[in-house]
Design a binder for this molecule. Structure first.
Ligand code: CA
Length: 231
């Protein structure tokens, strides 16, 4: 279990190191102050999760995120300052799985990290259909490898997006409420975060519908939830 922390504030580095040492000793921590080095470390060290501060001395955090996402779908959490909601939305749109606002509480930090890692695994409710495929038209979802493709093109989905798609596809034709989707797909700590859900759905829809000729598969149901209808 490897955690890569890209952060230039020594106090935060120390706090994270201490939290991991005390509460999660099996996690190894790799750190760097620099975005460029961080991207390199994602390649070299293949961390299990990346925590990325948006304000770094060399590169802009969004640039770092973009570079990482160009070759890796490693689970990634951004660190943001309290007042920067715009940053959160932008970060999620660029493929971050979640965010942690600084200063953070130990419990919240661990809960978010573990939730993002958990989403990477096959959702518990999926045990019964593990090994199976969902195929409708050009869409193919492999529940074992968690690979999603449209025609010949494999989509690049983050763990959160896959998790949302999984919930929608396995409940095809049913309306899933915002709250249910947030809790089941994104974790109980996101229960009331409708904006987060909206952003994740938007990215998922963009991926699913980017090929010309593919019509909408995910329907917004009067602001109360979402429904999936296979083409
Ligand atoms: Ca910083």
């Amino acid at each position: 279990m490897k955690v890569l922390l890209i952060e230039d504030n020594p106090e935060i580095l120390e706090a994270v190191a201490m939290i991991l040492e005390l509460r999660w000793p099996e996690a190894g921590l790799i750190t760097t102050f620099f975005g460029g080095r961080g991207v390199e470390l994602v390649r070299k060290e293949a961390p299990d999760i990346v925590i990325l501060d948006l304000g770094l001395p060399d590169l802009d955090g969004f640039q770092v995120l973009r570079q990482i996402r160009s070759f890796s779908d490693v689970p990634l959490i951004i660190f943001t300052a309290k007042e920067a909601e715009v940053d959160v939305i932008k970060g999620l749109e660029l493929g971050a799985d979640d965010y942690i606002v600084k200063p953070f509480a130990t419990g919240e930090f661990l809960a978010r990290v573990k939730a993002v890692l958990r989403r990477r695994k096959i959702p518990e409710s999926g045990a019964g259909i593990a090994g199976k495929l969902y195929i409708r038209g050009e869409l193919r979802v492999d529940f074992t490898s968690m690979e999603v493709s449209i025609g010949n093109e494999v989509l690049k989905l983050s763990p959160s997006e896959y998790s949302l798609l999984y919930q929608l596809v396995t409940n095809e034709g049913m309306v899933l409420s915002n709250e249910a989707l947030l809790e089941k797909a994104l974790g109980p700590e996101h229960k009331a975060d409708i904006e987060y859900l909206r952003t994740c759905i938007k990215r998922l829809k963009n991926e699913l519908e980017k090929k010309p000729g593919i019509t909408t598969l995910i329907f917004d149901v009067e602001g109360t939830g979402y429904k999936f209808l296979g083409a």
